[in-house]
Design a protein around this ligand. Structure first.
Ligand code: ASP
Length: 309
């Protein structure tokens, strides 16, 4: 059997000291472990990389600790607008949704866009119409309510400020979630899901649902899921840039990921990180913030669950 591997993230940056208690840290690690195990079990039982990344991201969306699905941040109008994308490295098929609300697991809707429509990216009302036609039921707004997120929003609600989940000034953390996996056939996939930025308006969309920016997978090179300051990750076309460095410069997964996160994106003042796998099951998880909620596991026996550097 080939090496199977999976990596997940729950956002780059971390809670500032004083806000992170040992209990909270244990809860983060617990929920990361649950999500990691969901995906790894799928791979172990011979499942596909695309099923594994969807499974892990759903588990992270169901946790209120991360800014995706339940626990998504509030927009300027006190609502939730979620974005998600998924890509299959074997077929290069991809699906993405943006500005959706009420959907428990945006990543599954993105997968349905990939598999049940002729399109790649559906947004707003149209995406909601598609969900309705595919029998999605809508959760009540109370399902997405989280006191901590609401407080974050109350602090800036009447200003023109928007805040990347927890921005540097306060408790610097981006809470987007993602997963990348390599299955026993050497197929790879990537999935990313987010609530975006606190107090965002005007239909702001970040990198997470953009194929090539926040999410990308290609068996020839790598599968990548990003987290960080979306505007910079879009301009840096980050996920695809890692793939390009591997394809055109022959760089390893590790070297290409490092180059993009700790050089190219830093050069344009972007902060964040990414997780990546290649078709041999190698994993890279670089970040240029204080920490990144992350976990990984391979069939070689390595398992890691970490927050700080
Ligand atoms: N990249 C996401 C966005 O800009 C934020 C994050 O990673 O938390 O929407």
């Amino acid at each position: 059997m080939k090496t199977i591997s999976i990596a997940i993230h729950g956002g780059a940056g971390t809670l500032v000291k004083g806000m992170m208690t040992p209990e909270l840290e244990a809860r983060y690690k617990h929920d990361l472990k649950v999500a990691l195990d969901v995906g790894y079990t799928i791979l172990e039982q011979g499942g596909t990389a695309i099923d594994a990344v969807e499974g892990s991201v759903k588990a992270l969306e169901d946790s209120p600790l991360f800014n995706a699905g339940k626990g998504s941040v509030f927009t300027a109008t006190e609502s939730h607008e979620m974005d998600a994308s998924i890509m299959d490295g074997q077929t290069l098929n991809a699906g993405a949704v943006s500005l959706i609300s009420g959907i428990k697991n945006p990543i599954s809707l993105a997968r349905d866009v990939m598999e049940k429509s002729e399109h790649v990216f559906l947004a707003g009302e149209g995406a909601m119409q598609f969900a309705k036609e595919h029998n999605y039921t809508l959760e009540d707004v109370s399902y997405f309510y989280d006191e901590f997120r609401h407080k974050q929003w109350l602090e800036i609600k009447d200003t023109d400020n928007f805040q990347l989940d927890h921005s540097v000034k306060k408790d610097s953390k981006f809470g987007t979630v993602g997963a990348v996996a390599c299955d026993q056939h050497g197929n790879i996939a990537a999935a990313t899901s987010t609530g975006g930025m606190t107090n965002k308006k005007w239909g702001r969309v970040g990198d997470s649902p953009m194929i090539g920016a926040g999410n990308y997978a290609n068996n020839k090179t790598c599968a990548v899921s990003c987290t960080g300051s979306g505007e910079f990750f879009i301009r840096g076309v980050v996920a695809y840039d890692v793939s390009c460095l591997m394809e055109h410069k022959g760089m390893s997964l590790e070297a290409a990921s490092e180059e993009v996160i700790n050089k190219r994106i830093l050069d344009i003042k972007g902060d964040g990180g990414l997780i990546a796998v290649d078709a041999k099951g190698n994993i890279a998880m670089p970040f240029n913030t204080e920490g990144m909620y992350r976990a990984s596991k391979t069939s070689e026996g390595d398992e890691q669950i970490a927050i700080y550097k």
